[in-house]
Design a protein around this ligand. Sequence first.
Ligand SMILES: N[C@@H](CCC(=O)N[C@@H](CS)C(=O)NCC(=O)O)C(=O)O
Length: 204
Amino acid sequence: MKLYFSPAYCSLAVHIALRASGQPFTLTRVDTVAARAEDGTDFRTINPRGYVPVLELDDGSRHTEVAALLQHVGDAAPDSGLMPPSGSRERFEVLQWLTFISSELHKSFSPWLFHQDTADSTRSAVKQKIRQRLRDLDDHLAARDWLAGGRFTVADAYAFTILRWAPMVGMSLGDFPRLPAYLGRIAALPAVHAALLAEGLVRA
Ligand SMILES: N[C@@H](CCC(=O)N[C@@H](CS)C(=O)NCC(=O)O)C(=O)O
C-alpha cells in the first residue's frame, strides 16, 4: 500500500493506523498547495479533489476519505484490534466515533472557516461549536481511557489527529480535564511516535 500524505494533515490518522496495523506500506509526501507529490507527479492526476489522504492499494486502485480508509486498514489486520469485528457492539461504537469525528470535528477545523477574511462572528460560532464537541469527547473519557472497545482503535487515531489542531485555531485543550492526558496516552504508543517522527512532528 502507498499513502499519499502531508505532515500533520488528517492523513496522519491513516499513517498511524498503518503503522499500528503492522502492514507494509510506503509514504509519498504531497504539497497540496502546489498540487505536487514529492516524486514530481501532478497530484490532481492522483486525486482530482486535491486532498490527502489517498491510499493506493497493491492492485493500483486509489481510495479516499479518512473514515473509510481507517476501516479498511483496521479490517486488513484483524488481530491488531484497530477495527473490531463486523457485527460487534464495539465496531458499532468505533463507527459512531469515526463519523462523529469526521462530521462534527474534522470539517469544523477547515482553513476557510479560520481564513483572515472570515467574519469574527463566524469564527467565534465555529469555535463555540468545536468547544461543545470537545466537551462531549472529554465527558466520554471520564469513565474510559479509549473512545471505544476498551483499547486503542482507529477512532483514537482519528481523534488524536484532529485534536492536535486545536492550538492552531487558538484553542487550548488545557481547558478540558481529560483531553491532554488522552492525547499523551496516544502519543506514547510506539506506532504513534513512529508516525509523528516520520512526519517530522516530533524529535527522536
Ligand atoms: N473528505 C476528506 C477530506 C480530506 C481533507 O480535508 N484533507 C485536507 C487535509 S486535512 C487537505 O488535503 N486539504 C487540501 C485541499 O483540500 O486542498 C476526508 O475525509 O478524507
